[in-house]
Design a protein around this ligand. Structure first.
Ligand SMILES: Cc1cc2nc3c(=O)[nH]c(=O)nc-3n(C[C@H](O)[C@H](O)[C@H](O)COP(=O)(O)OP(=O)(O)OC[C@H]3O[C@@H](n4cnc5c(N)ncnc54)[C@H](O)[C@@H]3O)c2cc1C
Ligand SMILES: NC(=O)c1ccc[n+]([C@@H]2O[C@H](COP(=O)([O-])OP(=O)(O)OC[C@H]3O[C@@H](n4cnc5c(N)ncnc54)[C@H](OP(=O)(O)O)[C@@H]3O)[C@@H](O)[C@H]2O)c1
Length: 285
């Protein structure tokens, strides 16, 4: 009689796995630019479809409730800075030292998990604009993020003859992410192949600083009012026949620029009613 080996109980036991975060994605890369700015990339859920320029809710688990010990997700709106075709997702973030989310998020490392709710929304999309010849992107601070997506989106160059991107920050170091990204477009394989070599000559980049010396000082709004921005760029003032615009910055900037664009005769558009320009807040005040 052959001896039967005893069946171990172990295989039948459920494996105790570490509780997974809801909608978890894995961080793949982190880059720090200043003590207030960083960018990171993470895996993209297979089911996530979005239009370049949209935003999603992302975050981490909050601290345990002192009474119940339970943890709740701590989520914030973030523009997706990568284009719709990218295999991964990229985000460009502020670090607010006492900010509930970013005081923690600034310490993430490759391999860490974050929460990403796969429900993209937003108004900074091509669908919300009527056809035009020149597309303006107006950003302050991290308001550059949705344009980092749209600048890598082939449709931007298919739909427009010229793309003007203005970025106003307090300090020169705060322009690095945007400047590197725009410089890198020259070697972007997809855009060179789909749009054609030299497509990047359609881009006019206009970075300005307000509190630290740089090649161009001043708020973009003031530089437009005096006409200096237009003469520097070699383009005429905006008009509703040729120009389309997207605005993303702090509330005061958005309101001021909105008023200026309306004075040029441009009308605000939306997903449901495309028009000449669209606006989105870069953060809630
Ligand atoms: C539609 C939308 C899209 C957004 N996209 C981005 C993005 O792509 N990148 C990003 O960093 N933030 C973005 N934000 C802001 C983001 O949602 C959070 O406010 C930010 O991550 C800070 O979170 P917190 O919990 O640390 O502090 P919060 O309590 O949310 O903010 C604390 C304070 O910090 C300041 N602050 C918050 N966000 C910023 C910012 N981005 N720049 C400068 N000051 C800020 C404000 O004064 C705010 O009152 C977006 C907000 C909205 C509404
Ligand atoms: N950036 C920093 O170094 C820093 C450091 C510590 C704390 N903070 C705090 O963080 C918050 C956000 O700072 P931030 O620098 O990221 O964003 P911000 O205050 O929104 O400023 C970003 C840029 O937008 C310009 N701007 C502001 N209002 C404008 C308007 N109406 N029209 C045209 N341009 C306008 C600013 O110019 P002006 O400089 O002329 O305002 C600045 O160049 C603020 O509450 C700030 O107090 C910032």
């Amino acid at each position: 009689m052959t001896e039967q080996s005893p069946v171990t109980e172990q295989a039948a036991q459920p494996v105790k796995a570490k509780p997974a975060l809801p909608d978890a994605q894995t961080v793949t890369e982190v880059k720090h630019y200043t003590d207030r700015l960083f960018s990171f990339r993470c895996t993209r859920p297979a089911s996530l479809r979005f239009r370049s320029g949209e935003f999603v809710m992302i975050g981490l688990m909050g601290d345990p409730d002192p009474k119940t010990g339970k943890q709740k997700p701590l989520l914030r709106a973030y523009s997706i800075a990568s284009p719709s075709w990218d295999e991964e997702l990229e985000f460009y973030s502020i670090k607010v030292q006492d900010g509930p989310l970013t005081s923690k998020l600034q310490h993430i490392q490759p391999g860490d998990e974050l929460i990403l709710r796969p429900k993209p929304v937003g108004t900074l999309v091509h669908d919300a604009l009527l056809p035009g010849k020149r597309l303006w992107f107006f950003a302050t601070g991290t308001g550059f993020a949705p344009f980092a997506s749209l600048l890598r989106e082939p449709q931007t160059y298919e739909d427009y003859d010229e793309v003007v991107i203005t970025h106003t920050c307090r300090e020169a170091g705060e322009l690095t992410y945007g400047r590197d990204l725009i410089e890198g477009l020259k070697d972007d394989e997809l855009l060179n192949e789909v749009i054609g070599e030299g497509f990047w000559k359609k881009i006019k980049y206009y970075p300005t600083t307000t509190r630290e010396e740089s090649a161009k000082m001043g708020r973009i709004t003031d530089l437009m009012r005096t006409g200096e921005a237009f003469s520097d760029l070699g383009v005429p003032e905006l008009n509703p026949t040729t120009d389309r615009a997207m605005i993303c910055g702090n509330l005061a900037f958005n309101l001021e620029l909105k008023e200026m664009l309306e004075a040029y005769g441009l009308e605000e558009g939306a997903n449901s009613k495309p028009a000449h320009y669209v606006v989105e807040k870069a953060f809630l005040d």
